[in-house]
Every structure is written in structure tokens, then in C-alpha cells.
Design a protein around this ligand. Structure first.
Ligand code: UFG
Length: 332
């Protein structure tokens, strides 16, 4: 298939592009490089531009005979979405609606969308199944939920086929060590802990040790970014039109296993051979104690399941890239 990948120079998008190419698809990347890295796209065609540039997007869809879109381009800092919601509403909602309208205008009917477990808010049951109520507690999660609803309406009205993949905690790096995680600023646990191992930070602050979990720290479902990429490949291959396959997929993408902050730090110590200095800090606002996917929906709907379920293995893959790219990509 000819696939347009928005945000294909970002962390999850760039890993998905590699998996799409490996599965034999043709890819064009659209990225504004605000957070993405040119170097993450390798030799794949990269068009630098904005999602909301309707003429540009329609041109790309038509000229490249695009059959499906994978839409990763979004802002994804939960804290920033609280302090600067306008940025999130504009890009994640307005930008995405422009993309949807361009797809409708150009008769491109398949879309795989990066959604998030943050659409569930504070879960009332864990592991979380797909039919759990969606009640996000921050603007970031809300922007993703709005697009899930918009896609459902576009499906009914305009015949769009879509998959909303609700990611848990994307982590790790490509098996071949060629690309990895480089956010500026970095807020995610694993790369921050690896920075301590590299001597770039003095310590990691643990955001709360009084949660109702076995070691008192928050539990998350860390999903390897290559597995996440494979879930996208499975989704795009499953999506049909009304005659030949499902036109609507809402799927949790996680392992079904949880790891606590303490367990992640221990995995980083194992991978790096360094002792990580930790400082106890207060809870971070909006952090639920435990977020773990019920992975059975993905198996049933996509025929996909995570291959990397061991946090030590996931962290070791992150370290292979992080340890050899201590300053991230060379382009910034
Ligand atoms: N944490 C620390 N110290 C740090 C950073 C993180 O203790 O310096 C803890 C957090 O409190 C959390 C865990 O490590 O318990 C993981 O935190 P991340 O920031 O790495 O990831 P989140 O679970 O907060 O966020 C991820 C994605 C979001 C998505 C969210 C869904 O990055 O985009 O999952 O809940 F919205």
C-alpha cells in the first residue's frame, strides 16, 4: 500500500515507518520537524510541512496515489497540555480535522490514528479493556478522544475506515540500534533514568512512593516501540471497506504486564551496570497509580500481541541506542 505517515520523523512514527517498509509498504513522511528528527527517517522520502496545510496534504495524497494514512503527528506532553491547551487544541484537533477533510476530498478512506490510554482518565478497572469509559483528565487526552469521536462520525457520514490505537507507554528502541527515543525536552521515565547512567543528570526523582502498589510507585504498561509499529502494520492490513473487513477498530496497544517506577530503575541499573541515584519526590498531578492494558482486544481484533514483554529487555534495547547516542540525534 502507498501510505502517508504524518509525524514519521518522531519517536513512534519513525519506528512504525521501519516496520511498514519491512512489511513491503511504500511510505511518504510528512513532518514539520518541530519535535521530529530528519535523521530518524533514514532514506524514506520526507516532506517538511504542516498537517494543517490543506493544499500540501491534498497534493501529497493525490500525487503519491496514497491509499492509507497513519497519523502520528501530535503534541504529547501531558503537563504542557494543561498550561498551554490552545497549542493542543490547535494542532491535535484543528490540524487533524484538516487532515480528515483532505482525506475525504481526495477519497483516501483508511486511517490509523495514534490514540492513548490517557483517553480513559483514571481507570475504575485494571487491566483496562477497550469498552472502559473514556473520561480524560487532561487536555492532551481530551484532544485524542475528540478525534476518536470525529473519526466515528466521518465513518458514518463519509465512509472513512479507521483504527484508533490506544497506546500505553511507548518505550525501547529499534532492534538494529539505528533509531531511538530523543525528545527535547525529555519527560519520560526510561530516557531520564538512562541520562542518570550517562552522568547527564545527577539523579532521578521518583514521583510518589505512597501509591497503593506493591512498592509504592506507579505502575505502567511499557510497550516496545517496535511492537507498537507492528500493531500499526496489522491495523492497516486489517482495515477494509464495508464489503471486505472491519471499518472501525478501537484497540489498546500494550503488553498486559505492568512495571513500577522502581522496577524500571532496577532494569536500567541492570542494562547499564550503573547504580542510579534516586530522590523521593511528591506525586505528579494526574498520575493514576496503575495503567495496564487488557491485551486481549488487540489479539482478537488485530491478530497482534506484544513480543517484548520483559521490562529488562525493553530497557536494554533503549540503552543500545541511548548509550551510543548520548546527545540524541545529531540534527539538533
Ligand atoms: N516518573 C517519575 N519520575 C520522572 C518521570 C516519570 O517517577 O522523572 C514516573 C511517572 O510518575 C509515571 C512513570 O514514571 O508513573 C512513567 O512516566 P512517563 O512520564 O514516562 O509516562 P506517563 O505514564 O506519564 O505518560 C505516558 C505518555 C503520555 C500518555 C500517558 C498515558 O508519555 O503521552 O502515558 O497515561 F498520555
Amino acid at each position: 500500500m502507498n501510505i502517508l505517515v504524518t509525524g514519521g520523523a518522531g519517536y513512534v512514527g519513525s519506528h512504525a515507518v521501519k516496520r511498514l517498509l519491512a512489511a513491503g509498504h511504500s511510505v511518504v513522511v510528512l513532518d514539520n520537524l518541530v519535535y521530529g528528527h530528519r535523521a530518524a527517517t533514514g532514506s524514506t522520502r520526507l516532506v517538511e510541512g504542516d498537517l494543517a496545510d490543506r493544499a500540501l496534504v491534498e497534493g501529497l495524497l493525490t500525487e503519491n496515489a496514497i491509499e492509507a494514512v497513519m497519523h502520528f503527528a501530535a503534541y504529547a506532553y501531558v503537563g504542557e497540555s494543561v498550561t498551554d491547551p490552545a497549542k493542543y487544541y490547535q494542532n491535535n484537533i484543528v490540524g487533524t480535522l484538516s487532515l480528515l477533510d483532505a482525506m475525504v476530498a481526495c477519497d483516501v478512506k483508511k486511517l490509523v490514528f495514534s490514540s492513548t490510554c490517557a483517553t480513559y482518565g483514571v481507570p475504575n478497572t485494571v487491566p483496562i479493556p477497550e469498552d472502559h469509559p473514556q473520561a480524560p483528565i487532561n487536555p492532551y487526552g481530551f484532544t485524542k478522544l475528540v478525534i476518536e469521536r470525529a473519526m466515528a462520525d466521518y465513518r458514518r457520514a463519509y465512509g472513512l475506515s479507521y483504527a484508533a490505537l490506544r497506546y500505553f507507554n511507548a518505550s525501547g528502541a529499534a532492534a538494529d540500534g539505528s533509531i531511538g527515543e530523543d525528545h527535547k525536552p525529555e519527560t519520560h521515565l526510561i530516557p531520564l533514568v538512562l541520562d542518570v547512567a550517562l552522568g547527564k543528570r545527577e539523579h532521578i526523582t521518583i514521583f510518589g512512593e505512597d501509591y497503593p502498589t506493591p512498592d509504592g510507585t506507579c505502575i505502567r504498561d511499557y510497550i516496545h516501540v517496535d511492537d507498537l509499529g507492528d500493531a500499526h502494520v496489522a491495523a492497516i492490513q486489517k482495515l477494509g471497506n464495508s464489503a471486505d473487513g472491519p471499518t472501525e477498530l478501537r484497540v489498546n496497544v500494550g503488553t498486559g504486564q505492568g512495571a513500577s517506577v522502581r522496577q524500571v530503575i532496577a532494569a536500567c541499573e541492570l542494562a547499564t551496570g550503573k547504580t542510579i541515584a534516586c530522590v523521593a519526590g511528591p506525586r505528579r498531578e494526574g498520575d493514576p497509580a496503575k495503567l495496564v492494558a487488557d491485551p486481549r482486544g488487540a489479539e482478537r481484533l488485530l491478530g497482534w500481541r506484544a513480543r517484548h514483554t520483559d521490562i529488562n529487555e525493553i530497557v536494554a534495547s533503549a540503552w543500545r541506542w541511548h548509550g551510543t547516542h548520548p546527545d540524541g540525534y545529531a540534527d539538533r
